[in-house]
Design a protein around this ligand. Structure first.
Ligand code: RP5
Length: 164
């Protein structure tokens, strides 16, 4: 069984990261979501990553805020792709999390997406694009989704556009 693992650092990240789970659901992509923290529960994080890999996890999506080390800590444990989602909040409103997540040392990548809802959704899309390299059905669904998005731009414009 192939699936995507979503790890969030705190319950307070859930309201944003549910968008990631919903996006994977929309495309019928199997996933798990757990709360585990690099700092508050390092052993739980370690054992989840090792266990999930053995059970078929193909991509890890990690969301954390403030001194956001979760994605980096997970990247240290696996060579599966790790996607980091910086959470807004704290004194720097996510800037700290973004830099903590993106600035990984060479050889230890974390694919860092935008903060907030767009990042949560894009983490799901990026995970699916990785999975679609070996899944033609998913590739077709993603291509169809692109066409729908493009058509929506046209229909939205048609609703309001002014042309001479
Ligand atoms: C991080 O600290 C979490 O990922 C969360 O974004 C932030 C605040 O956590 P809580 O204090 O709300 O649990 O570890």
């Amino acid at each position: 069984m192939k699936f995507v693992s979503i790890i969030i650092g705190s319950k307070s990240d859930y309201s944003v990261m549910v968008e990631c789970a919903n996006t994977l659901d929309k495309f019928g992509v199997l996933h798990e979501l757990i709360i585990s923290s690099a700092h508050r529960s390092p052993e739980r994080t370690h054992s989840y990553v090792k266990g999930a890999e053995e059970r078929g996890s193909r991509v890890f999506i990690c969301a954390a805020g403030m001194a956001a080390h979760l994605a980096g800590a997970v990247a240290a444990l696996t060579i599966k792709p790790v996607i980091g989602v910086p959470m807004k909040g704290g004194a720097m409103d996510g800037m700290d999390a973004m830099l903590s997540t993106v600035q990984m040392p060479s050889g230890m990548p974390v694919a860092t997406v935008a903060m907030g809802k767009a990042g949560a959704i894009n983490s799901a899309y990026l995970a699916m694009q990785i999975l679609s390299l070996e899944d033609n059905d998913l590739q077709v669904k993603l291509q169809e989704d692109r066409i729908l998005k493009s058509k929506k731009v046209e229909s939205d414009s048609a609703d309001i556009e002014i042309k001479l």
